[in-house]
Design a protein around this ligand. Structure first.
Ligand code: GDP
Ligand code: IMO
Ligand code: MG
Length: 424
């Protein structure tokens, strides 16, 4: 069966885009299935850095049809900005298809996102303020505007006006500044017209492709522990990045999927608030952030960092039916004398063997670490597993033993070719 899912196994920014770029060589469709422009997916090709928010990471290959499927929320200013930037750099987006069933993001969603965060005071989620949560909320309360509506642009303009007026009332009630309705209607009508050639019944297109034997790659944004149901609620995003979300978000049934690749860094990061058992607030944490350049692609925020957490990864295997892991940023650990791996949690001093179902419990667990000698060798030029220092091999073997699935790809640098295929 020809469908592969790529999903973040931690809290995002694992290097999904780099692995998707690698897997794109053998896939014809690369399909975003959830999230929106809260994502920041980076691919580096011969020093050229491409930071993608909505356009799928397979776009850099001519043979790939990039697709934005029904589960995504689409911010048109960002989408067109991204298309223009890519085309200026010689990357054609003509093949891009956007699902008629995907929902649109509007300026009132960003206004509501900001108001909701301000109202939370000290309990802020630390959202990207892109309007993602409010857009999915509108979808759930059945007042969202779908991409397919732009085919009748006059009706679309009327809908946008009606929605803007209604939302302005709510924004004013919440103490916010009203939005300029006419400006929004004019601008989004233009965007709507520009979107028309990209609009597609992606569900049917994907099924016909699968029937022909085409290989389809489903690109997750965010990650398992930011999942609305399975993440560290309420410190999560408003969609389902877990592999089940790839089915709902594309219309492809679960029996079509034969490969689910979980992406993990060699350590852990998180941006925004929420529990993080293995977080380091010491010099090692600072070193991970400095060496790993752990600053958000979208918001520029400093990420939080800690050692690799295998308790999380074991749970990610269950939640996503992971068949394998791709491990990125092993090179970031090059300078450490010793490296640690979290292999278990204790609660009130007692080991626990289940992943906590409540964020307040997760916030109280203490990590149990296994300490390994570091390799203190530059890994960036290594391309063969046999050339890895024994300490790095032991680190990978420990992860495989702890997590129970193989690590198939190991990243040793940001560039497209900075990886090796790992076999123990
Ligand atoms: P994504 O959201 O999961 O696609 O990840 P991001 O692009 O937000 O963040 C990952 C960052 O790590 C990017 O700057 C990548 O260029 C970089 N990166 C990816 N793989 C590696 C790797 O193996 N080593 C190093 N040093 N950097 C990497
Ligand atoms: P990629 O795809 C890391 C985080 C935000 C915040 C929470 C909710 O690049 O891995 P939202 O704006 O979605 O309502 O914010 O989720 N977040 C991400 N963190 N990587 C991402 O995407 C993220 N997208 C959202 O920081 O904590
Ligand atoms: Mg990212």
């Amino acid at each position: 069966m020809p469908v592969t899912v790529v999903v973040g196994a931690q809290w995002g920014d694992e290097g999904k885009a780099k692995i998707i770029d690698l897997l794109s060589k053998e896939h014809t469709f690369v399909v975003r299935y959830q999230g929106g422009h809260n994502a920041g997916h980076t691919v580096v090709v011969e020093g050229e850095r491409y930071a993608l928010q909505l356009v799928p990471s397979g776009v850099l290959y001519d043979h790939v049809v990039p697709m934005i499927a029904n589960g995504v929320v689409v911010d048109l200013p960002t989408l067109f900005d991204e298309i223009d930037t890519l085309e200026r750099r010689g990357i054609s987006c003509d093949r891009l298809q956007v699902s008629s069933r995907a929902h649109l993001v509007f300026p009132w969603h960003q206004a509501h996102d900001a108001i909701a965060e301000a109202m939370r005071g000290d309990d802020k989620i630390g959202t990207t303020l892109k309007g993602i949560g409010p857009s999915y909320a509108d979808k759930a309360r059945r007042v969202g505007v779908r991409v397919g509506e732009v085919v009748d642009v006059d009706r679309f303009a009327d809908t946008v006006r009606a929605r803007a007026i209604a939302e302005n009332r709510l924004i004013e009630q919440a103490g916010g500044d009203p939005l300029d309705v006419d400006e929004i209607v004019t601008r989004f009508t233009d965007y709507g017209r520009r979107l028309q050639p990209y609009v597609s019944d992606t569900v049917t297109v994907l099924h016909e492709a699968v029937d022909r034997g085409a290989h389809v790659l489903l690109e997750g944004a965010q990650a398992t522990f930011l999942d609305l149901d399975h993440g560290t609620y309420p410190f999560v995003t408003s969609s389902n990045p877990t592999a089940g979300g790839a089915c709902a978000g594309t219309g492809l049934g679960p029996r079509l999927i034969d490969r689910v690749v979980g992406i993990t860094k060699a350590y852990t990061t998180r941006v925004g608030a929420g529990p993080f058992p293995a977080e380091l607030l010491d010099a090692d944490g600072d070193a991970l952030i400095d060496v790993g350049k752990e600053f958000g692609t979208v918001t520029g925020r400093r990420r939080r960092a800690g050692w690799l957490d295998c308790v999380m990864l074991r749970h990610a295997v269950r939640l996503n039916s992971l068949t394998e892991l791709a491990l990125t940023k092993l090179d970031v650990l090059d300078g450490f004398e010793t490296v640690k791996v979290c292999t278990g949690y204790r609660l009130d001093g007692v080991p626990i063997d289940r992943y906590p179902d409540r964020s307040d419990i997760l916030a109280r667990v203490e990590p149990v670490y296994e300490t390994l000698p570091g390799w203190q060798t530059d890994l960036s030029r290594i391309r063969e597993p046999g050339e890895l220092p024994v300490q790095a091999k032991d680190f990978l073997a420990l992860i495989e033993a702890q997590v129970g699935v193989p690590v198939n790809v190991v990243g040793v640098g940001a560039e497209r070719d900075d990886f090796l295929l790992w076999t123990a």
